[in-house]
Design a protein around this ligand. Structure first.
Ligand SMILES: *Cc1c(COP(=O)(O)O)cnc(C)c1O
Length: 523
C-alpha cells in the first residue's frame, strides 16, 4: 500500500519486501556479512608502496624464501573496513548491558585510556634504563600501596597477568613456604562452588584437589571443610563473596581452623568488587588473594587478555613473592630481577612472567582508583551490591532464585526451575535474550545450582537501564509460563548467526584456513 503524505511517497510496512527476500549484495542491512581476510585478498594488490630495494645481493645464502608467504593482498581502505566490520559483530560493554555473572563487565572509563596513552607510559620500553623509568616504577609503587591498603595485606606481587595466573602465583608461594618448613602437604581443599580455575590451578601447581561440599543455602559447608583439614593439607581456596553471590559469614572461623592445621588460606578475590573499601581481606585471615584489575578496577577484558591479576600476600607468604621485586633505595625505585641482589629476607619462588607485569593495566587501574578516591571505590562496591539486589528483588517472583530470601552481594543467582514444564529450555531463554539486544547472563555456573543463571549488573548501569532489562526478562519469563513460546523456538532469530553447533565446534574446531595456491597475494 502506498500513501501520499506531504507529497512524499511513503511505503508502509505491508508493501515492503518480505523479510526473507535475498538481497542483491548478499549483505543484510548496514552491518555487513564479512568473509575471512584471506578470502577477500587477491594477487597483485597491496596497501603500501615500498621503495625498490637498494640491496640486491642475497645475503641469506640458500635460506632465502622461494615462494610467496601467502599474505592477503588488499587496499588500505579494504583492510580498515574488514576490521571495522568484524568489530561491529562483537558485543561489548560499550554497546549495551553485559550481565555476565562472575565476569564483572563494568564500564571502562575513558579517562583510564587517556592516562594509559600518555607517551611517558605508553611509549616506555620495558628495558629502558632505571633513570628513564622512575615515574613508571613510582606508579607501580603507588598502585601496590592502594592494593595493600584496600586489602589490609603487607605485600603484593604485581606480575601475574590474569586471575588464574594470580592463583598459580599464590599457590606457588604457598608451596615454597611449605617446602621452606620442610613439610610435605600435597592436598588442597576447594569448595564445589569454586570457579573452574581453582581446581585447575591447584592441580597445575602439583597438588591433589579435594572437594568441599556446599550447604543447601549456597554457603560452603564449614564443618565438612574443618573435618577435611589435616597435616597433609597445604591450603584451602575459598571465594568470598562466593560464586553464588553470597558472603561467606564463617570466613574468620574457617581461617582460624585452617591456620591451626598449619595450612594456608587462598582467597579467590575475583569478587573483590563487592567489598572493596568495606572489607579488608587481611582482617579475615587470608594469606593470598588475587585481584582481577579487569573486574574490580575497570580495566578492559580483552579476549583473555591483556588482564592483570596482582596477588596480595600475608606476612607469612610475603618472603616468597616472585621476582621481580620493586624496591626503593637512595637512588629511587628499582626492579630486583635476580637472586644476587635480593633484599633482606626475600626468598622468591621464581618468576611468573617476563618484565614487571601489565603496565598498561596498572596505569588504568590507578587512574580508576585516583578518580574515584577511597570513598568512591567504596561506593562502587555498594552500588554494585545495590544493583544486584534490585535485580534479585525485581525478578524473583517470576524467575526462580535458589537463595532468593536475600540479600545477595554483587550478583543475583537464578535457576531454571521456573521454566519447568514450559517447553522452553535454559538455552532457549538465553538465546532469546540475544534477540532482545542483551548478551545472555552466565549460564550453568556455579555448578552447585542446577541450570544456574548468574546476573551481575555492576554499579555502572543506571536505574533506567536496569528497569529496561528487568522488564524484558520479566516479560520473557511470563510469556514462557503462559505457553507463548514462539520467541524462544530456534532463537536467536535476529543475530547474524543462529544457533550454532557448539559441541561440534568444541570437538572438531577448524582452526586453519587452507590458502588456495592460485589465490596467492602480492608479496
Ligand atoms: C574471573 C574469575 C577467575 C579467573 O580470572 P581470570 O582473570 O579470568 O583468569 C577466577 N575465579 C572467579 C570466581 C572468577 O570470577
Amino acid at each position: 500500500m502506498e500513501l501520499e503524505t506531504n507529497r512524499r511517497r511513503v511505503v508502509t510496512p505491508d508493501a515492503t519486501a518480505p523479510d526473507d527476500l535475498p538481497t542483491i549484495s548478499g549483505d543484510r542491512g548496514l552491518d555487513h556479512e564479512e568473509r575471512l581476510i584471506f578470502e577477500l585478498g587477491r594477487a597483485g594488490v597491496t596497501g603500501v608502496d615500498l621503495p625498490e630495494a637498494q640491496i640486491t645481493d642475497a645475503r641469506l645464502g640458500g635460506m632465502a624464501r622461494k615462494s610467496p608467504i601467502g599474505l592477503p593482498g588488499l587496499s588500505e581502505p579494504e583492510v580498515i573496513r574488514h576490521y571495522v566490520r568484524l568489530s561491529r559483530m562483537n558485543y561489548a560493554i560499550d554497546a549495551g548491558l553485559y550481565p555476565l555473572g562472575s565476569c564483572t563487565m563494568k564500564h571502562n572509563p575513558r579517562l583510564n585510556e587517556k592516562m594509559a596513552r600518555l607517551p611517558g607510559f605508553g611509549d616506555l620500553h620495558p628495558l629502558a634504563p632505571r633513570s628513564a623509568t622512575q615515574g613508571a616504577l613510582q606508579l607501580i609503587a603507588q598502585l601496590m600501596n592502594w592494593l595493600t591498603v584496600l586489602t589490609g595485606m603487607p605485600a603484593v606481587a604485581m606480575s601475574p597477568k590474569a586471575g588464574a595466573h594470580g592463583e598459580l602465583c599464590g599457590l606457588l608461594a604457598i608451596r615454597a613456604a611449605i617446602a621452606a618448613r620442610g613439610e610435605h602437604r600435597p592436598r588442597v581443599l576447594v569448595p564445589e562452588s569454586a570457579h573452574g580455575t581453582n581446581p585447575a590451578t591447584a592441580a597445575f601447581a602439583g597438588f591433589t584437589v579435594d572437594e568441599v561440599p556446599a550447604k543447601p543455602n549456597g554457603h560452603v559447608d564449614a564443618e565438612a571443610l574443618k573435618a577435611k583439614l589435616g597435616p597433609d593439607v597445604a591450603a584451602i581456596m575459598l571465594t568470598n563473596p562466593n560464586t553464588c553471590g553470597l558472603f561467606e559469614g564463617e570466613v574468620i572461623e574457617i581461617a582460624k581452623a585452617v591456620h591451626a592445621a598449619g595450612a594456608f588460606f587462598y582467597c579467590d578475590g575475583a569478587n573483590f568488587n563487592a567489598i572493596a573499601g568495606r572489607v579488608r581481606p587481611g582482617d579475615l585471615g587470608i594469606d593470598a588473594m588475587h585481584i582481577n584489575l579487569h573486574k574490580t578496577f575497570s580495566t578492559p577484558h580483552g579476549g583473555g587478555g591483556p588482564g592483570a591479576g596482582p596477588v596480595v600476600l600475608s606476612a607469612a607468604l610475603a618472603p616468597f613473592a616472585p621476582l621481580p621485586l620493586l624496591v626503593a633505595d637512595r637512588d629511587g625505585f628499582k626492579l630486583v630481577e635476580d637472586r644476587d641482589d635480593l633484599p633482606e629476607g626475600a626468598r622468591p619462588f621464581g618468576r611468573m612472567s617476563a618484565f614487571h607485569g601489565q603496565m598498561g593495566m596498572f596505569v588504568r587501574a590507578l587512574s580508576y582508583m585516583l578518580s574515584h578516591g577511597r570513598d568512591g571505590v567504596r561506593q562502587a562496591s555498594e552500588d554494585a551490591v545495590l544493583s544486584a539486589n534490585y535485580i534479585l528483588a525485581s525478578l524473583k517472583d517470576v524467575m526462580s532464585a535458589p537463595f532468593g530470601e536475600g540479600p545477595c552481594m554483587h550478583e543475583a543467582l537464578f535457576d531454571d526451575s521456573f521454566l519447568d514444564g514450559t517447553g522452553v529450555t535454559t538455552l532457549d531463554f538465553a538465546k532469546a535474550m540475544i534477540d532482545e539486544g542483551y548478551h545472555p547472563m552466565t549460564m550453568y555456573f556455579p555448578l552447585v545450582v542446577h541450570g544456574a543463571m548468574l546476573i551481575e549488573p555492576t554499579e555502572s548501569e543506571s536505574k533506567e537501564s536496569l528497569d529496561r532489562f528487568i522488564h524484558v526478562l520479566r516479560t520473557m519469563a511470563l510469556e514462557a509460563k503462559a505457553g507463548k513460546i514462539a520467541r524462544f523456538e530456534g532463537a536467536p532469530r535476529l543475530a547474524p548467526r543462529r544457533r550454532l553447533d557448539e559441541t561440534a565446534a568444541a570437538r572438531k574446531p577448524v582452526l586453519r584456513w587452507k590458502p588456495d595456491p592460485l589465490q596467492q597475494a602480492a608479496e
